[in-house]
Design a protein around this ligand. Structure first.
Ligand code: PHE
Length: 360
């Protein structure tokens, strides 16, 4: 009997020391397997006389039960520890920041729009918007382009079907951002200083024209506004945008139905090793249309042109982006080719600011 209790302590010590599931299994086989030590002892009971077998059998059963219980308890605790370790190793800390992988880029058109907003915000201009699906009153009539006017035909307009017209107004895709001038003057009290960047549409397509492109409109309405204000504003804008101080602007008399007088503005450029650089005066690039807002446009918006004057300008944003960042084919802007976007796109963190720079 005392033999057996010593043996039991020995087994229990070994089981407690088993460090993994394989060691526990090896001990089970050694003790309770077919030819295990305890199994052998149980088998030997058969040779004993009935009295001795009764006593020894009971004692052996106690041993067997104790070892078997210790084995399964050890197995359970090892499994639980293993699971805890696995959970700890695979734990995900959802409060950690995402991997800083750069997956996308900001399109140059969006970047330039942000640059424009930044430059003009510093001059006190707010950003205004208007619908891309316009009506012909806002896009043409209120801008002093009546139905019979040749400028309507010149705009290569995408019209919506006649049947959709409402209150005599035909819907169309806006051909320029100038209707935002009208919407702003009709919804806001002067003085007004806004820019309106956005998409515009014309049925036109070749290497330098796409059916959809981008413009930014500028509008100032106040008392006593004159061409000098227009000129200073455009010069300040172009210098800030191209980050060059020696820019020469050339104002050429022109015609727009909604401005009088009107001027087209060219920026002085020079060739440097095959690329056109802003600055110098060896070559001129037309970049925008501008002028003093026509008194008829001011009246159409319900304002008195004797009291309120202003200037307006319209610039092609895609053109500005090409000039500043050196892209040569406008069509690539709208192909959605990831290689192009990787090359010409901007980091989402490269937010243009006047203090940090609006350049590349
Ligand atoms: N809307 C004109 C265009 O698309 C540009 C412009 C805007 C001209 C404002 C003068 C004043 O060509």
């Amino acid at each position: 009997m005392s033999d057996l209790s010593a043996e039991q302590s020995e087994w229990l010590a070994k089981i407690a020391a088993a460090s993994d599931a394989a060691a526990v299994e090896a001990l089970r086989v050694a003790a309770l397997g077919k030819s295990g030590a305890i199994t052998q002892k149980l088998k030997a009971l058969g040779q004993m006389d009935p009295e001795a077998r009764k006593v020894a059998g009971a004692a052996l059963n106690v041993l067997r039960e104790a070892v078997s219980a210790a084995l399964s308890a050890r197995k359970d605790s090892l499994e639980a520890a293993e699971l805890d370790a696995k959970l700890a190793a695979e734990a995900v800390d959802v409060t950690l920041p995402v991997e800083p992988a750069r997956l996308g880029t900001v399109h140059p058109v969006s970047q330039v729009m942000d640059e424009l907003a930044e430059i003009f915000a510093d001059l006190g201009f707010a950003v205004a918007t208007g619908p891309e699906i316009e009506d012909d009153w806002h896009n043409f009539t209120a801008l002093n382009i009546p139905e019979s006017h040749p400028a309507r035909a010149m705009h290569d307009t995408f019209y919506f079907p006649e049947q959709l017209a409402k209150e005599g107004r035909r819907f169309l895709l806006r051909t320029h951002t100038s209707p935002v001038q009208i919407r702003t003057m009709m919804s806001q009290e002067p003085p007004i200083r806004i820019i309106a960047p956005g998409r515009v549409y014309r049925s036109d397509s070749d290497a330098t024209h796409t059916p959809m492109f981008h413009q930014v409109e500028g509008l100032v309405i106040d008392r006593g506004i004159h061409m000098g204000h227009l000129k200073w504003t455009l010069e300040t804008f172009i210098k800030a945008f191209f980050e060059v101080d020696d820019v020469t602007l050339r104002f050429r008399p022109s015609y727009f139905p909604f401005t009088e007088p009107s001027a087209e503005v060219d920026v002085g450029c020079s060739w440097e090793g095959g690329t056109l650089k802003i600055g110098g005066e060896s070559s001129w690039l037309e970049i925008l249309g501008s002028g003093m807002v026509h008194p008829r446009v001011i009246s159409a918006c319900g304002l008195d042109p004797e009291e309120w004057q202003g200037f307006a300008f319209g610039v092609g944003i895609d053109r500005l982006a090409m000039l500043k960042y050196g892209m040569t084919d406008l069509r690539a802007f709208f192909d959605g080719d990831v290689r192009w976007l990787k090359h010409y796109g901007f980091s989402p963190l490269a937010v243009p600011t006047l203090s940090g720079g609006v350049g590349a």
